[in-house]
Design a protein around this ligand. Structure first.
Ligand SMILES: C[S@@+](CC[C@H](N)C(=O)[O-])C[C@H]1O[C@@H](n2cnc3c(N)ncnc32)[C@H](O)[C@@H]1O
Length: 313
């Protein structure tokens, strides 16, 4: 695996501003990638500040380890941010983290390097794992999943209208020859898609669905948000950048639920609201989108939406 592909950080200044970095604070970058956000956080930290990075991807970890060798305030771990609760306990920072950033999804190097198997444009081995040493590759899953499951994944995670037809085509074709390459899968999906959307490759949605499923992206996000809330100190910030509506819906509903509290579950005439029912988060500002200059410089920022919340208790 080589690392000659670049990642342009999305909402760099906005996200780090959203964290309201304190020089002596302890921060978590749950999606280190190539460290664009992490480097700016480190610039804002003083000698007593700390930053802990997470990533599943071995090339992201290699970049993180190089940064850690240069900067003693930073450490990186190859784990899902879904496990940040355990990591925070082991490191003695549970309930003491000043800010947590999640810049969700895949990085440009993962998408652009055909060898990682995410690309329907450039042929490569059909893999799609952020960590190719763990879990099941897309090729192995497609070889064994039943037709209904393939359709469900494309529909639920890719919002693909023609998921059933596409799944049928995949299952018919694999009976003759297994799928091992991205271009081969993209071709079969493209042929099975009867209504191509303008400006969108006909395999885009199905590929997105498979990628999200293979990496358990939505399950990790749900666990990661709960873990982040526990790990933060009171007054700590949670900043999340999403790239599609399924992610953003989970983030938005989580933040709203935590900002509302559960007082409506109590009898109406109760004189005092028990602490356990009070809100745990306060929403900070409105959702943030990329500005005109960023949209022009980085088309990937088009779909980004960032939400910020602060821990109340
Ligand atoms: C959009 S990129 C982050 C880019 C980064 N902010 C930067 O500026 O370089 C997302 C990264 O998060 C990683 N990732 C996605 N989901 C993850 C998870 N559940 N746990 C750990 N890393 C994850 C991916 O491997 C990828 O490297």
């Amino acid at each position: 695996m080589t690392d000659s592909f670049r990642h342009i950080t999305v909402l760099l200044d906005e996200a780090v501003e959203g964290l309201a970095v304190r020089a002596d604070g302890c921060y978590v970058d749950g999606t280190f990638g190539r460290g664009g956000h992490s480097r700016l956080i480190l610039q804002k930290l003083g000698p007593g500040g700390r930053l802990l990075g997470f990533d599943k991807d071995p090339l992201a970890i290699a970049t993180g380890e190089a940064l850690a060798a240069e900067d003693g305030r930073f450490v990186v771990v190859q784990r899902s941010f879904a496990e940040l609760g355990d990591e925070a306990v082991v490191r003695g920072i549970s309930g003491r983290v000043s800010g947590i950033l999640l810049d969700l999804g895949v990085s440009s190097p993962q998408l652009d390097d055909p060898e990682r198997g995410f690309s329907f444009l450039n042929d490569g081995p059909l893999d799609m794992r952020m960590n190719p040493d763990a879990g099941v590759s897309a090729a192995d899953w497609i070889a064994s999943a039943d037709e209904d499951e393939i359709a469900r994944v494309m529909k639920d995670y890719g919002e693909e209208r023609f998921a059933k037809r596409m799944a049928r085509a995949v299952v018919q074709r694999r009976a003759e020859q297994p799928f091992t390459r991205t271009a081969d899968l993209a071709k079969v999906l493209t042929e099975a898609n009867p209504a191509w959307e303008k400006g969108k490759n006909p395999a885009t949605r199905a590929f997105q669905g498979i990628r999200i499923f293979i990496n358990n992206e939505l399950g990790d996000l749900e666990r990661g948000l709960e873990a982040a809330l526990e790990a933060l100190e009171v007054g700590g910030r949670l900043v999340v950048i999403s790239f599609h509506s399924l992610e953003d819906r989970i983030v938005k509903q989580f933040m709203k639920r935590q900002a509302k509290g559960e007082a409506d579950k109590l009898p109406r005439d109760l004189p005092i609201i028990p602490k356990a029912f009070e809100p745990r988060l306060k929403l900070i500002g409105k959702p943030v989108y990329a500005g005109a200059a960023e949209l022009k410089a980085n088309p990937r920022s088009r779909s980004a939406v960032m939400r910020i919340a602060e821990k109340l208790r």
